[in-house]
Design a binder for this molecule. Structure first.
Ligand code: UN1
Length: 513
């Protein structure tokens, strides 16, 4: 199927309820906001630079309405038994699975990621729905031992309220599900603000949520706002009725989100900001395994993942061999139309992303970096750049900073302690990896003096987190965790309960005296 042809693309859009001009907000039962073609902004296909569809931006009034609806819906949703809440999530999971091919194609069309990756992201949402359904029966609290006679103590977990979810263009669908589906089984209601660069998947997913809510007789559990200006987005963060803000994006904006929330005590944030992921490759690494892991880690999603491998910290005895083998692997990677089978690398998202790529390469060159592969912008149409490998030093500003592009910096080390220092010597702390068959190095990497990141991988790429684990990182990555493990606790409040079930109380004696 050639999805780039307009008729195939139109069929996909139509099957997902995407019109030529779309409403930019939805709250309450099928409560889509007004469509205004004169005021709509376009969503662009980054591999052709052609518009796909247009969206009428959400206004302050749309946002207010979404939070009104979500607050009202919370009053009844919180009292629905959690396993019943899980039924709604299960239905959403079924609808996502039914529309997986079309949604995957839409993601690919709008982000430029390969079709396989687009479908993979939707598959992850289907898995996430199953996970959340299971979680709905497992919102466990501890029982503690009371020091008083005939008293019982336990922790219970209760929902918080409205959860605002802000997502980025590179993963325009799955991170919503990591947060929203778990937050909803916990008894919260959700308002989603996707990136305006890639917002059509959110519209398609809202249609599916509406269908599931209608079928099961609920309304207002999931709402959507797509503003085009930062003012309306900031209003979502400022609204005191929004109890939790989950933000995925740059550390610069994440810092702003956390500052705003810090003005009110008790409101929570869950930040998933920039990563600058390193991978150590030691003397003992099995290169057949490592080269494949590093290549996909650095180039998957064209280097536009928070978890992309950006720094390869390699023992100096192996630099030559590793770089040669990486160059051979890179030469085999197919770059081009994301819909062609076998394409691994599509375009970057837009022109500003190309400029960031150029800036990083120029800066590394100026500091003495040797570009051993790629380094150039490709002729258009489409925002394509060459996969790039640069011999660099860890302390250069371009290496310390996250650039969303397929640039891999190769940094040499001599001693393993030095490798750990280099690895941790960046402000960010999301994903990390080690390529090694030496148990001492592996265990040191996983010890208290080892990786300081939220995610640590052994003989794997830094990307491709499994939904069963918590996703997120330390330091400037922001400390938030979403998806599996115990992340559900981020969307609930703990209440420690004490019950006197006996007939005695020490206070009675005081009255008798
Ligand atoms: C992101 O880039 O924000 O682990 C998310 C991964 C993907 C998610 C990345 N599952 O690489």
């Amino acid at each position: 199927m050639n999805v780039q042809t307009s008729s195939a693309a139109s069929r996909i859009l139509a099957s997902l309820g995407i019109a030529e001009v779309n409403a930019g907000a939805c709250s309450g039962r099928n409560g889509w906001s007004a469509v205004d073609p004169a005021n709509a902004f376009a969503s662009i296909n980054p591999s052709t630079e052609q518009p796909i569809a247009r969206i009428t931006p959400a206004t302050h009034q749309d946002l207010k309405q979404a939070v009104d609806v979500a607050s009202e819906a919370f009053r009844s949703w919180r009292m629905v038994p959690a396993p019943k809440r899980g039924e709604l999530i299960g239905r959403i999971g079924e609808l996502l699975a039914e529309h997986k091919d079309a949604l995957g194609a839409l993601l690919s069309l709008e982000t430029g990621k390969s079709l396989a990756e687009g479908k993979g992201e939707i598959g992850e949402m289907v898995d996430m729905a199953k996970f959340a359904v299971g979680q709905s029966r497992m919102l466990y609290g501890f029982t503690m031992q009371s020091q008083r006679n005939d008293h019982r103590m336990y922790d219970q977990w209760l929902p918080l309220g409205v959860v605002g979810i802000i997502t980025a263009y590179n993963f325009p669908a799955a991170p919503w599900s990591w947060n929203a589906l778990v937050a909803a089984v916990c008894g919260n209601t959700v308002v989603w603000k996707p990136s305006p660069k890639v917002a059509l998947p959110a519209i398609a997913i809202q249609h599916l949520c509406n269908q599931a809510m209608n079928e099961l007789g609920y309304e207002g559990i999931f709402s959507l706002v797509i503003p085009s200006d930062e003012d309306v987005s900031e209003a979502l963060v400022r609204d005191r009725r929004v109890q939790v803000v989950s933000f995925t994006g740059s550390s610069r904006i994440g810092r702003r989100v956390s500052q705003i929330l810090a003005e009110d005590l008790g409101r929570r944030h869950l930040l998933e900001c920039s990563g600058n992921n390193g991978c150590i490759l030691d003397e003992s690494a099995d290169l057949d395994l490592s080269i494949a892991a590093i290549t996909f880690g650095a180039l998957g999603t064209t280097g536009q993942r928070c978890t992309s491998t950006r720094r390869l910290i390699v023992h100096k005895s192996r630099t030559k061999e590793v770089v040669e083998r990486l160059k051979k692997a890179y030469a085999k990677i197919k770059m081009g139309d994301p819909f062609q089978p076998g394409t691994l690398i599509g375009p970057l998202i837009d022109k500003p992303a190309i400029r960031e790529f150029e800036k990083a390469v120029a800066e590394a060159r100026a500091l003495g970096g040797e570009v051993v592969y790629g380094g150039n912008v490709m002729p258009g149409p489409g925002y394509y750049v060459e996969p790039t490998i640069i011999l660099a030093r860890n302390d250069w500003p371009c290496v310390q900073h996250e650039t969303f592009a397929p640039i891999l910096y190769v940094i040499e080390y001599e001693t393993f302690d030095e490798a750990l220092d280099l690895h941790n010597g960046v402000p960010q702390g999301l994903a990390s990896g080690i390529q090694s068959t030496d148990i001492r190095h592996i265990e040191a990497f996983l010890s208290a003096k080892g990786s300081d990141c939220g995610i640590a991988k052994v003989n794997m790429g830094t990307t491709g987190a499994d939904i069963g684990a918590a996703f997120g990182g330390e330091k400037e990555t922001g400390g938030g965790r979403a998806s599996g493990s115990e992340s559900w606790k981020s969307y609930m409040r703990r209440q420690s309960v004490a019950i006197n079930w006996g007939e005695e109380t020490p206070w009675r004696k005081l009255l008798e005296a």
